[in-house]
Design a protein around this ligand. Structure first.
Ligand code: IPD
Ligand code: CA
Ligand code: CA
Length: 259
């Protein structure tokens, strides 16, 4: 029941995205620069909540636009009604619904659905990861220098030492391919699918990564914070990879590569 409700909820959110995509919708601004929220984000969230609430009226919900709906429950749904909102608002089909379910503090299910390119990613803890019901696996790449990586940048930027631009330039100066798609959930799923060898980002929220990190891990990848410690979506830093380049990628991110 949990799994089928999760799938239905992701489909409901994605249906709303499709209805609004490339049409007219109201846009408002949140904290930071160009940190958009559209009518579609709210409508997708509402549709997702309706599906969940029908089956699980007393589960805890944590969702980007609504915040925390606190309930005394072992289950918490972590929802991004549209990940990649700036892309969505510009008619760029790199955006998705991302929903994860945490039980007693452990992520057990994750779904990421991009209806525009027809990609539904799903993972259940201990049971592997799938794209449109077919098992997926991370890449075999063994060296950062020959990797194709992806990253993202926060909406409000503070030029901290070893911040996003400094780390990005380290890769670019050495000729490493690093992409920026604008959807952390898609980034993680594309690591899971073996398209990217690694992903790192400095400032994510739980709803950006909760589903994608489980999908990447279940596809055989490794996900950690910048120190290489076990990943928690409740802290901002993420490094995700195929596992084979993980230690080396951590060194690049932390400026510990030989000159
Ligand atoms: C954003 C995307 C983006 C990442 C930002 C997130 P949103 O989420 O995941 O890739 O770089 O940090 O905030 O605002 O589109 O849901
Ligand atoms: Ca997001
Ligand atoms: Ca969002």
């Amino acid at each position: 029941m949990l799994k089928s409700t999760l799938i239905k909820a992701a489909e409901a959110g994605a249906k709303v995205m499709e209805e609004y995509f490339r049409g007219e919708f109201k846009i408002s601004y949140k904290e930071g620069i160009n940190n958009l929220v559209t009518e579609a984000d709210h409508a997708s969230e509402k549709a997702i909540f309706e599906v969940i609430r029908k089956e699980f009226p007393d589960h805890f919900l944590l969702s980007e636009e609504a915040g925390e709906i606190v309930m005394d429950s072992s289950h918490k749904w972590i929802i991004d009604p549209i990940d990649g909102t700036v892309n969505f608002a510009h008619g760029i089909p790199i955006c998705c619904v991302s929903i994860a379910i945490e039980r007693d503090g452990e992520m057990i299910l994750g779904a990421v659905y991009n209806p525009f390119i027809n990609e539904f990613y799903f993972a259940q803890k201990g049971y592997g990861a799938t794209l449109n019901d077919k098992i997926i696996q991370v890449s075999d790449q063994t060296k950062v220098i020959s990797s194709c990586l992806v990253t993202g940048f926060p909406y409000s930027y503070r030029d901290l030492p070893n911040g996003p631009l400094e780390v990005f330039s380290r890769f670019i100066r050495k000729g490493v391919a690093v992409r920026r798609l604008g959807s952390a959930a898609m980034d993680l799923c594309w690591v899971a699918a073996g398209r990217f060898d690694g992903f790192y980002e400095h400032k994510l929220q739980a709803w950006d990564s909760a589903a994608g990190f489980l999908i990447a891990e279940e596809a055989g990848g490794r996900v950690s914070d910048f120190k290489g410690e076990k990943y928690s979506p409740y802290q901002p830093h993420i490094v995700a990879s195929n596992g084979k380049i993980h230690e080396e990628l951590l060194n690049w991110v932390n400026d510990k590569i030989p000159a």
